[in-house]
Design a protein around this ligand. Structure first.
Ligand SMILES: *Cc1c(COP(=O)(O)O)cnc(C)c1O
Length: 397
């Protein structure tokens, strides 16, 4: 009998009941805007900022409208402007180069290793080309952050971290997003907390936080934020920092606060699913599992493997066979951008030099989501299906 998987790869868990109750409370109050507060009230958004900053051990957190907005705001807050070059990963998601392009800056792509992290040798070679690195921890893979920070420190490069897939992760005991000057997070539906759309920016830097707060659309009400730098910092920056509205509202903050309380246990649940699939795939001929470094505490909300040096036809065949059995795999190597996947050479607004080693890896990356609505039995079944179909195509070629 051929086993078929019947679950949905895009079905997330419901919002926790206490989040729904808090959201109803906000709606009943009518005060949805973050700066619409009763006397003495901090509000859901301000409280969420305090709690998120505390979770990460950061001085400041700013809740915003999306992860992509957090990235663009971070770039603006450190003074990146039109025509400036910004180093970033060749393997990432479109909103990352998009955030750079959105302010008229120019992405300079850095290659990817077989471990799916930024190629630090390539970074060192390109370190003289830009003053800022937008580092994307794509699909939750953390590079050697100790070496990366040493390279960037030596070259005088400011690091902004895109932690859309590493909320709850850590390198060598340091929370992801805390090595760079700024860490950016997303609370879009497919990330680690779900408010539909949303994001955060965290930093310990007074000036960055003051600028980011005004950029986010605080008007001159910034003292109502959850975590606020000293007043004289605002006096210094408030006349030359534009207001680019992208605030988070109380409604989203209300449904996020209970999710933050559950984040660590959710991460453990993802990792149980990840380890189950990984175990099921290990040893499949022709398939390369991504080994995770011991310094990395990851969050397995998705899993990747490589079909290295396979032909496009054979990879397409595996994807079709798996889809027929209910398993949705994504291929980052396809020449045409589809769904969420695209390659650095798909972003034609940002011209790039070909990177043969990176292209070889990209052509082989297969990606799969692991929503928490999957049981461990589901995960074991999915792994059996992938193993069988990869094996069948491998044998035929
Ligand atoms: C989702 C995502 C973002 C941006 O988040 P949005 O909230 O969708 O704007 C940035 N980087 C990566 C790698 C992502 O997956």
């Amino acid at each position: 009998m051929t086993e078929i998987f019947k679950g949905s790869f895009t079905q997330q868990e419901p919002i926790p009941d206490d989040g729904i109750a808090a959201a109803l409370e906000v709606m009943r109050s009518g005060r949805l805007h973050r700066y619409n507060l009763a006397e003495g009230e901090i509000g859901e958004t301000g409280l969420l900022e305090r709690e998120f900053a505390a979770y990460l051990g950061a001085k400041y957190a700013l809740a915003v409208a999306s992860g992509g907005y957090a990235l663009a705001t971070a770039l603006r807050a450190v003074g990146v402007g039109p025509g400036d070059k910004v180093l970033t990963n060749a393997f990432t998601l479109a909103p990352v180069p998009g955030s750079i392009a959105s302010i008229g800056a120019v992405p300079v792509f850095v290659g990817v290793t077989a471990g799916l992290t930024i190629d630090l040798d390539d970074l060192a070679a390109k370190a003289d080309q830009a003053k800022v690195l937008m580092l994307s921890h794509m699909r939750g893979h953390l590079c050697d952050m100790d070496r990366l920070m040493a390279i960037c420190g030596q070259a005088g490069i400011t690091v902004i971290e895109d932690c859309a897939h590493t909320m709850g992760a850590a390198w060598n005991g340091r929370a992801s997003g805390r090595d760079g000057l700024i860490g950016c997070y997303s609370t879009q539906t497919y990330k680690h907390m779900n408010s539909g759309e949303g994001g955060f920016l965290v930093t310990d830097d007074d000036e960055v936080m003051a600028r980011a707060t005004i950029l986010s659309g605080s008007y001159m009400l910034y003292e109502r934020n959850g975590t606020v730098p000293p007043p004289d910092m605002f006096e210094r920056v408030k006349y030359d920092t534009p207001n680019v509205s992208g605030r988070m509202d109380h409604l989203r903050a209300a449904i996020l606060r209970p999710q933050l309380q559950m984040l660590d246990s959710q991460c453990a649940a993802w990792n149980a699913r990840y380890e189950c699939v990984e175990q099921g795939l290990r040893g499949t001929p022709g398939l390369t599992v991504i080994d995770r470094p011991t310094e990395e505490k990851y969050v397995g909300s998705s899993i990747q493997f490589l079909l290295l040096d396979w032909t496009s036809e054979a990879i397409a065949d595996v994807l079709t066979r798996c889809r027929k059995r209910g398993v949705e795999l994504k291929w980052f190597g396809g020449a045409e951008p589809t769904g969420f996947t695209s390659r650095y050479d798909s972003w034609r607004y940002a011209p790039s030099e070909p990177m043969p080693e990176t292209d070889r890896i990209l052509r082989g990356i297969i990606d799969m989501r692991l929503p928490l609505t999957f049981s461990l039995e589901d995960c074991a079944l999915i792994a059996r299906i992938i193993r069988a179909e990869v094996g069948a195509v491998w044998q035929a070629t």
